[in-house]
Write a protein that binds this ligand. Structure first.
Ligand code: TRP
Length: 334
């Protein structure tokens, strides 16, 4: 069966973009058709300035939200990265296969490092893609469903797998990135040219999965639309409007271009978008509330998930240690 791995970084509250663009697909498709692992990648949250209590809180919340969205521990493995030592163990070995130049070419590193102008950039931000490669390669992953901003990182994981296999013998499955076909890109309601990301934590343009219905309505009503009056679907010329139509299509079904024809004012469209989003998020919020009332359940899922993940990763990581020349520990030697 196809092995699927993806990760959520606990650096901000999860957004409508995370939900419609990624999580919902993991729920309705990936967990059913494949042997899937979904990981709260908390080690990655330490690559930028962070508050320990917040990372802890967001990790717990991300795990609960994955379950609230419908990931079923009977079908897939949900766990926290730092609970499974194999990620860090493999990451070091892959650092011995990756090059400095390769790391510095990563677009996300260049962008983030540039933003830290004057401040200090953590070394882990530079090596982050290697840890991500370890996340992926440790599990013999075939497919990595991610946003387009992660394509380059998955390419690196491929390169490292191929290089390692060539030098040290076949050890890793060579993974590939997969991208959802539609409704993948929810844009910021205030800046429809940029993605509704979770890391830029403030902003009225971002709808969070856990936003109260009235907050959702307010954000949608205030969404930037484009000059012009009729409702048409045109991503180039009317990005704000196109985003709203795509969100509506993703939440309530239908095609953005066709939906456009049903509206003669921005106001009416916004009203429907707001209600569609509120309804799409309602069951997730409800289930999340139930899970918060039962922390023992979530802990149990994460404990089992980590155990299962460890058992899957261990043989591959051990094989990589042997292949690259590390002496087996005495008790494991035959
Ligand atoms: N880098 C990814 C992001 O920022 C998160 C991530 C870490 C990930 N490890 C992964 C995604 C492994 C897929 C597979 O969104």
């Amino acid at each position: 069966m196809t092995r699927v791995f993806s990760g959520v970084k606990p650096t901000g509250h999860l957004t409508l973009g995370n939900y419609l663009g990624a999580m919902r697909r993991w729920v309705v498709e990936d967990q059913h058709r494949s042997d899937a692992l979904f990981c709260v990648v908390d080690l990655h949250a330490l690559t930028v300035d962070h508050d320990p209590a917040r990372v802890r809180r967001l990790s717990r919340q991300a795990a609960s939200l994955l379950l609230a969205a419908g990931l079923d521990p009977a079908l897939c493995t949900v766990f926290v990265q730092s609970h499974v030592d194999e990620h860090a163990r493999l990451s070091y070995v892959l650092e011995c296969v990756a090059t400095d130049g390769e790391m510095r070419r990563m677009i996300q590193y260049k962008e983030k490092a540039a933003r830290e102008r004057g401040g200090s950039v953590r070394l882990s931000l530079l090596t982050y893609p290697v840890l991500m490669a370890a996340d992926i390669l440790a599990y013999g992953t075939d497919e990595v469903p991610v946003g387009h901003d992660q394509t380059q990182h998955v390419e690196l994981a491929r390169d490292l797998a191929v290089r390692f296999n060539q030098r040290y013998g076949h050890t890793f499955v060579v993974p590939r990135a997969t991208h959802p076909v539609v409704a993948a890109r929810v844009m910021n309601l205030q800046e429809p040219e940029s993605k509704m990301g979770k890391s830029d934590d403030t902003g009225p343009g971002i709808v969070y999965v856990l936003d109260e219905p009235d907050v959702v309505r307010k954000k949608v009503v205030r969404a930037v639309t484009d000059s012009g009056r009729e409702v048409v679907y045109d991503r180039e010329v009317r990005p704000g409007l196109a985003n709203l139509l795509e969100i509506l299509a993703a939440c309530a079904g239908g095609e953005p271009a066709e939906l456009a024809g049903a509206y003669d004012s921005y106001g009416a469209l916004k009203k429907d978008v707001a209600e569609a989003v509120v309804e799409a998020l309602r069951p997730v919020r409800k289930r999340h509330r139930e899970l918060c009332a039962d922390p023992g359940y979530v802990e149990g899922v994460l404990r089992d998930g980590a155990e299962r993940a460890r058992a899957m990763a261990r043989p591959t990581v051990d094989a990589a240690y042997r292949a690259i020349g590390l002496l087996p520990p005495v008790n494991a030697a035959r």
